[in-house]
Design a protein around this ligand. Structure first.
Ligand SMILES: [Zn+2]
Length: 387
C-alpha cells in the first residue's frame, strides 16, 4: 500500500542560507498579498478576477517588473498562488473568513516541490535528503544541516517540503510517499476504549491513562502575556517576551504530540480489534466545568492517529454508534440505568444484579461487546462475499 507520510526536521541554516530563507518568506508573502490585492481590485472594476491559472501565467511578467522575485526558488511563488486560491475556495465553500493579508513575522513559511528530471539517463531531484550526512539539499539553498530521526536509514519518495520558522527556529517538514506492506492478521484480541471526561483515556483491559497536564505552561503563558501587554512597543524586551511566548506554545504542542503518539502506538500494538466509543465533544461543551479542561485535549487527533495506524498494521478499528448509551448499561445483565446520565456519578450499583460498577470501566466493557457484535457482522459479510 502506498501512503503519504510527513517528517519534520529541525534545520540549521548558515548565515547565507538564513538570509535566503528570510527572503523566500518575504517573496511568498509578497505574492500572496500582491494577488489578493489584484483580485480585489479586478473584482471591483470588472465583477470578476483572474483565476490561479491566469495568475501563474502572468508570473514571468511580474518577475521582470520585480527582479527580487527571481532570487528565490520559483516553486515558492507558484505555491503561494495556490495557497491564496485555497483560502478563496475555503471562503466560498465553507464560509470561513475572507482571506487576510499576510503580515511579517506571523507564521512565516513557504512551500516548495521536488522536481524530478533526467539528464543523460540519470535521475535528478531538486530536493534530496542525505541521512548519513544529515543534510537536505534544497533549490537555491544548497545543502542545509538538519537534525531528527537519528535511527532512520532511508526515506521514501519526496513530494514537497514546507520550510517554516517558529520561535526563532527553523524547521522543514517533508511530505514523502512510502510503500508499506500491511500484515494480514487473524485477530485474537479485542479492546474497548473510551475517551473519559476527566482527562483520561480508559481501556477495557484496565488502563486509565491521564492526558498530561499543561496547567504549569498555561500559568507561565498568562504571566508573559500580561508582561507583553505592558511592554513598550517595538522594544527589545517586547521581542524577547514574544519569543518566550512562542516557545511555551511550542512546548504545549510537543507535550500533546508526544503523548498522542505514545498512546496510539501502545493501543495499536497490543490489540487486533480496537473499538472506540464516541464522545460527543460538542455536547460536552455545554457543561461549563468540563469545557475548560476539554479545550486542550485533542481527542479528534487521537482518533485520527488511531485510524491510520491501525490501517497500516492491518488491524480493525471499529467505531460504535454515537447514541449507544455505553455508560448507562450494566455490562453484567444489560439493565439500562438512566440515572447514570449525570456525569457526577463515578460509581454505581446495578439495581437488578447488584453489581458495583466503576462508571468509565463499565462503559469500556459495553463498548467492547458492541464492537465485537459489529466485527462479527463485518466478518460474515466478508465471508459471504468471498463465497
Ligand atoms: Zn446488572
Amino acid at each position: 500500500m502506498k501512503i503519504l507520510k510527513g517528517y519534520v526536521f529541525r534545520m540549521y541554516p548558515n548565515v547565507f542560507q538564513k538570509k535566503l530563507i528570510e527572503k523566500s518568506f518575504g517573496c511568498s508573502r509578497f505574492i500572496y498579498n500582491y494577488y489578493l490585492n489584484d483580485k480585489q481590485r479586478e473584482y471591483k472594476e470588472k465583477g470578476k478576477s483572474k483565476t490561479a491559472y491566469d495568475q501563474i501565467k502572468a508570473l514571468p511578467e511580474l518577475c521582470k517588473e520585480k527582479p527580487f522575485l527571481k532570487e528565490v526558488d520559483s516553486c515558492i511563488l507558484r505555491n503561494s498562488i495556490f495557497n491564496l486560491d485555497n483560502a478563496y475556495q475555503k471562503f466560498y465553500k465553507e464560509h470561513i473568513g475572507y482571506p487576510n493579508y499576510k503580515r511579517k513575522g506571523i507564521h512565516e513559511n513557504y512551500k516548495t516541490n521536488n522536481i524530478k528530471s533526467t539528464y543523460k539517463r540519470k535521475e535528478y531531484n531538486s530536493i534530496k535528503i542525505d541521512l548519513t550526512e544529515r543534510t537536505i539539499k534544497l533549490p537555491k539553498l544548497g545543502k542545509v544541516k538538519v537534525r531528527g530521526y537519528r535511527n532512520k536509514k532511508e526515506i521514501g519518495n519526496i513530494k514537497s517540503a514546507v520550510i517554516k520558522k517558529e520561535a526563532g527556529r527553523y524547521y522543514i517538514s517533508i511530505l514523502v510517499e512510502e510503500e508499506i506492506e500491511v500484515p494480514k492478521i487473524v485477530p485474537t484480541s479485542i479492546v474497548g476504549i473510551d475517551l473519559g471526561i476527566k482527562d483520561t483515556i480508559i481501556t477495557s483491559n484496565g488502563y486509565k491513562l491521564k492526558i498530561p497536564s499543561i496547567s504549569k505552561e498555561l500559568k507561565r503563558l498568562k504571566g508573559y502575556q500580561k508582561a507583553l501587554s505592558r511592554s513598550e512597543r517595538k522594544s527589545k524586551n517586547r521581542y524577547k517576551i514574544k519569543m518566550i511566548i512562542q516557545r511555551i506554545y511550542q512546548k504545549i504542542k510537543n507535550i500533546r504530540k508526544y503523548f498522542i503518539h505514545q498512546i496510539t502506538n501502545k493501543i495499536v500494538k497490543e490489540d487486533d480489534i480496537i473499538v472506540l466509543g464516541d464522545l460527543d465533544i460538542k455536547g460536552m461543551y455545554e457543561n461549563h466545568k468540563v469545557a475548560k479542561e476539554l479545550t486542550h485535549i485533542p481527542l479528534s487527533e487521537i482518533m485520527e492517529k488511531l485510524r491510520y495506524k491501525s490501517k497500516y498494521e492491518g488491524k480493525y478499528l471499529i467505531q460504535i454508534d454515537r447514541y449507544y448509551p455505553s455508560s448507562q448499561i450494566c455490562s453484567r445483565c444489560n439493565y439500562q440505568n438512566k440515572e447514570i446520565k449525570d456525569l457526577k456519578i463515578r460509581k454505581w450499583e446495578c439495581p437488578r444484579c447488584k453489581t458495583t460498577h466503576d462508571r468509565d470501566y463499565n462503559a469500556t466493557e459495553n463498548i467492547l461487546f458492541e464492537g465485537l457484535k459489529k466485527y462479527m457482522k463485518i466478518k460474515t459479510r466478508e465471508e459471504q462475499v468471498a463465497k
